[in-house]
Design a protein around this ligand. Structure first.
Ligand SMILES: Cc1cc2nc3c(=O)[nH]c(=O)nc-3n(C[C@H](O)[C@H](O)[C@H](O)COP(=O)(O)OP(=O)(O)OC[C@H]3O[C@@H](n4cnc5c(N)ncnc54)[C@H](O)[C@@H]3O)c2cc1C
Length: 454
């Protein structure tokens, strides 16, 4: 039996607490979180704003009462402020709490840019349940919105706001949308978004917001960009990503990694005995490059929370979490946009330190037999190392769930470190409603094999 203290009630912390209790019901598990709500789906917030999810309560996966019934003690509105590793003790709301094992699941926070009037009314971020409620309330009484940031959240919010009839002004500091895709893919995505939104969307790429102007009530009126553009809207959402919360860890001697998040090994252990970290506050490793990397994703947070709990409970029966592919997926109206592994840009960046010669092949194919009703185009790009033939990554966009099916296949191949030759022989199932007799994954692999052989 151990006393396990979990800090943070998001995906990682909630999973860690539940798992630690399930593994050994004798464990005394306490979950502390500075927010009032815990264990809800942040990922569902854009769909609550958009309307597919009609009630915010539906995003709550577990209430504090559910945890208590499971035998876990829950303390919301409790902030951990200092750790004393030499005493196995943490300061929470001024009280010293002792632990056998400590699991830090502190998440990430939006870092508001230090620019004029960034604290004005009607400038929102989307990182909590409360943020989602406020944005939806404001959206319902507005005609226009300025979204800062054209990453996943910016894209998902664009769909939500356009569906509600708002004029959307999308401002992105990079020259292109979804810049974690290769440029050719960003352009495909950009075109889809422009087509879907028509005159409801104005885009400002390569524009950095340098200040906000306010109205007579101190509310957001406009954003001014470095190039001198002044963009007006009824409200603004900063969808500019989030930084890992690491302050209390750093101040207590826990080592940060090169990505600025908490350095952990594959058992989610920090450099300090009995302290684990998981989720958006923790550093990750790329399955492909074996280098440190960082991305905040709910799916990873869940897996890491589970592994942290297993290893906090027992050292003999340990489990490892061996890295990530940065697989992501989103929906834009009827399109699916997804990727896994390295992009060509990332592969080129890594080409010296891990000795790669990256090549790629892109195919545009029907996602079902061409004669079937509803057959649509799917674009799929595969990236591989010319020297070893090893597969490095994939990007895909198209309508329906078929994109996910293809990227999931490649994800399994990447995780197993398969090469292009292995992909050529994958015995993928076929019937006309699901693909052509040669699946787009195989077609892309054939094309890539030709490029490798040149
Ligand atoms: C709008 C949006 C959409 C997303 N969509 C997706 C998606 O589709 N797919 C996907 O995989 N991921 C998605 N994500 C990312 C995903 O939600 C996060 O990766 C995930 O929630 C991280 O979980 P976490 O537990 O590490 O951190 P968090 O959920 O951030 O939880 C951390 C918790 O720790 C608490 N805390 C922090 N510091 C302290 C302290 N000192 N004391 C006490 N408590 C503290 C915080 O209050 C917070 O409740 C999305 C994120 C957002 C914002």
């Amino acid at each position: 039996m151990k006393k396990i203290i979990v800090i943070g009630g998001g995906a990682a912390g909630a999973k860690a607490a539940s798992k630690a209790k399930r593994l050994n019901p004798q464990n005394h598990v306490e979950l502390y979180c500075e927010s009032e709500n815990i264990a809800y789906s942040l990922c569902g917030l854009p769909y609550y704003i958009e309307g597919s999810v009609d009630k915010i309560e539906k995003l709550i996966i577990k209430t504090p009462k559910d945890f208590i019934e499971q035998g876990i003690q829950v303390f919301t509105k409790h902030t951990a402020s200092e750790i004393y590793p030499e005493k196995n003790c943490i300061l929470i709301n001024g009280n010293h709490i002792f632990y056998d094992e400590l699991i830090l699941a502190l998440g990430a926070k939006v870092e508001i840019p230090q620019i004029k009037n960034s604290d004005a009314k009607n400038i929102f971020t989307l990182r909590t349940l409360e943020d989602g409620i406020k944005i939806k309330e404001k959206m319902l009484i507005s005609n226009s919105v300025l979204i800062m940031g054209a990453g996943y959240v910016g894209i998902e919010l664009t769909e939500a706001f356009v569906k509600h009839g708002l004029n959307v002004k999308l401002v992105e500091i990079n020259e292109r949308i979804a810049h974690d895709f290769d440029e050719d893919f960003s352009k495909v995505i950009q075109k889809i978004i422009a087509n879907k939104c028509q005159n409801k969307l104005e885009t400002y790429y390569g524009e950095k917001v340098v200040e906000f102007n306010t109205d007579e009530n101190g509310g957001f009126r406009s954003a001014v960009t470095e190039s001198g553009n002044e963009i007006f809207a009824d409200f603004c959402v900063m969808a500019i990503g989030a930084k890992p919360c690491v302050e209390i860890a750093k101040n207590s001697g826990i080592t940060l990694g090169t990505t600025g998040s908490i350095d952990v090994d594959n058992r989610m252990r920090t450099n300090i005995t009995n302290i684990f970290a998981c989720g958006d506050c923790a550093q990750k490793y790329s399955v492909i490059t074996r280098q440190p990397t960082y991305i905040g994703l709910g799916t990873i947070a869940n897996k890491e929370g589970r592994v942290a709990a297993i290893n906090a409970t027992s050292q003999e029966h340990y489990e490892t979490f061996d890295g990530i592919l940065k697989s992501t997926i989103t929906r834009f109206f009827d399109y699916t946009i997804s990727k896994t592994g390295l992009t060509m840009d990332e592969a080129v960046c890594n080409s010296n330190n891990i000795n790669l010669e990256p090549v790629s092949a892109t195919v545009v194919k029907k996602d079902k037999a061409g004669y079937m009703p509803g057959a649509n185009e799917i674009t799929l790009k595969l990236i591989a190392d010319k020297r070893s033939g090893e597969l490095l990554g994939a990007q895909s966009v198209g309508t329906g769930a078929n994109v996910a099916q293809r990227i999931n296949t490649i994800t399994s191949a990447l995780q197993s470190r398969l090469g292009v030759d292995d992909i050529l022989h994958l015995d993928l199932p076929y019937a006309p409603p699901f693909s052509g007799s040669i699946d787009p994954v195989l077609t892309a692999a054939y094309k890539l094999k030709d490029i490798i052989n040149k």
